[in-house]
Design a protein around this ligand. Structure first.
Ligand code: GLN
Length: 498
């Protein structure tokens, strides 16, 4: 009998196979790790694999099967998982894809990671990203980019590019990423996976290296909406170590099968007419709207009049918060230290110059300028006012609708080096940043391939704050039309000897 590609199966199938002793958790761990080592040279999704931890997790699961206590572990039992490299996991490197943290070993574990493993995940390793999560292509990683499994000459998106590519290549069933302005949803759309940015406060950020503390949120990449709901149930909820995390009273799986009949779904005309939105992406969003209409949803036009200012506000607020968060990497408490400096100031300067890549330095310089005396009043203060206006726009829109549908990214995955101007790169997030600014939930749902490029397209579903179950319900309805996300064709057949 050939070994199945465990990391290409859904959580339910993995669990059923374990429960019926069709395979053991140890087999899942060893076959998945073999597959990662066979494929990672091509995709470069993983920066580190965690063989010992995977075997420990598997031993716990096999013991539970043997003693008949698997039910106590829950629906993620045996699922191969992996984490973006800005998430601490005791004893592993947490580099944030930066030379600054190349040798940093986590002394503790992030809450989201701990909960995923407690829920039965078999941890395979840590995943590549844009340096400190600044970027939209994973090209700013100090350790080389991740490649898009659908076309290795193209970027997987970013900053959680490794997390998206690992799921798309069947090198993990579920991965976690973080999203400050689009870093879960945009790579999800480029790699054709389900990718969820929950409402700010749903998932604890404890142990996740901060970029923009008022914007950052952790969320999953999966191939099915059901798996997304399972992992959301595992990671959501209050954590005493993150004061912004909220108590979760929602079962994210509860309404997945309810369909959209009677739901009001909003369409934002200014998003659909935005310059730069490619015809193939627009066509897919329109097609999805039509499917939802046919399934009984009421489609309503809503206005977000201030959303066009979201990019400007984000590129003030994001760098200001990043500047403040990056201050800890001073070569004394953390990080790379340049040798042979004659005093402390020159050590700071030389270490930060050599330890940070160009995009990180750009964000630090921007934030430092924007927060300086005199400049602060002209940029930071108005950006906070714009933030309030955008938040109020969403509150008003959700008086009329239960969920909004929009594009994720204006285009499909681009080629390496194709977008070299930073401002053009920033436009990747034109449809995603306003959601981080307002703090509500957004996800990317794969809806097939674009007519012109033949590459995956995602549509964005946007929930009111703390109503993330609404977007999951709409995503589940779309999944009945488009199916769960496939493993990218070149990786669908086992290349690791399966
Ligand atoms: N691409 C955006 C940026 O570069 C968003 C990144 C993110 O969400 N971490 O800031």
């Amino acid at each position: 009998m050939t070994t199945p590609v465990f990391a290409a199966m859904g959580a339910r199938a993995v669990r059923d196979g374990l429960a019926s002793k069709e395979f053991s958790a140890r087999e899942i761990a060893t076959a998945s790790l073999e597959r990662v080592s066979a494929l990672n040279g091509e995709v470069h999704a993983y920066l580190e694999t965690t063989e010992a931890l995977a075997l420990v997790a598997a031993a716990r699961l096999d013991a539970a099967v043997a003693s008949g206590t698997l039910d106590e572990i829950g629906p993620l039992a045996g699922v191969p998982v992996a984490f973006k490299d800005n998430m601490n996991l005791l004893g592993t490197h947490t580099t944030c894809s930066s030379k600054m943290l190349e040798n940093y070993v986590s002394p503790y574990t992030a809450t989201c990671v701990e909960r995923t493993i407690a829920a039965g995940g078999i941890v395979l390793g840590k995943l590549n990203m844009d340096e400190f999560a600044f970027g939209s292509s994973t090209e700013t990683s100090a350790f080389g980019p991740t490649k898009n499994p659908w076309d290795l000459s193209r970027v997987p998106g970013g900053s959680s590019g490794g997390s998206a590519a690992a799921v798309a290549a069947g090198m993990a069933t579920i991965t976690l990423g973080s999203d400050t302005g689009g870093s879960i949803r945009q790579p999800g759309s480029f790699c054709g996976t389900v990718a969820v940015k929950p409402t700010y406060g749903v998932v604890s950020r404890y142990g996740v290296v901060a970029f923009g503390s008022s914007l950052d949120q952790v969320g999953p990449f999966t191939r099915s909406v059901e798996d997304a709901a399972f992992i959301m149930n595992a990671i959501a909820g209050h954590d005493v170590r993150d004061c912004t995390s909220q108590v979760n009273e929602v079962d994210f799986t509860a309404n997945l099968g309810e369909g959209v009949r009677g739901m009001r779904i909003g369409v934002v005309p200014t998003f659909m007419e935005a310059p730069g939105l490619t015809a193939e992406v627009k066509a897919k969003v329109e097609e999805s709207i039509e499917h939802l209409r046919q399934m009984g949803a009421e489609i309503v036009e809503v206005e977000l009049p201030n959303a066009q200012a979201a990019m400007s506000a984000y590129y003030v607020l994001g760098p200001c918060e990043a500047f403040s968060n990056m201050a800890r990497f001073d070569s004394v408490r953390y990080g790379y230290r340049a040798e042979g400096c004659k005093d402390l100031n020159s050590q700071y300067a030389a270490s930060r110059e050599a330890g940070f890549g160009p995009e990180t330095r750009r964000r630090i310089m921007l934030g430092s300028y924007l927060l300086s005396a005199g400049v602060y009043d002209a940029y930071y203060y108005p950006a906070q006012q714009v933030r309030t206006l955008i938040t109020e726009d969403y509150v008003r829109a959700y008086e009329q609708v239960d969920c909004i549908i929009a594009p994720v990214s204006p285009r499909t995955a681009f080629k390496f080096g194709e977008v070299s101007d930073p401002t053009e790169m920033y436009l990747s997030d034109m449809f995603t940043v306003s959601i981080n600014i307002a703090g509500n939930g957004g996800l990317s749902m794969p809806v097939g391939l674009g007519a012109d490029t033949g590459l995956p397209v995602g549509v964005q579903l946007i929930s009111p704050a703390f109503k993330d179950e609404n977007m999951l319900r709409v995503a589940a309805a779309l999944e009945t039309v488009y199916g769960p996300a496939p493993v990218a064709p070149d990786f669908a057949a086992g290349k690791a000897g399966e």
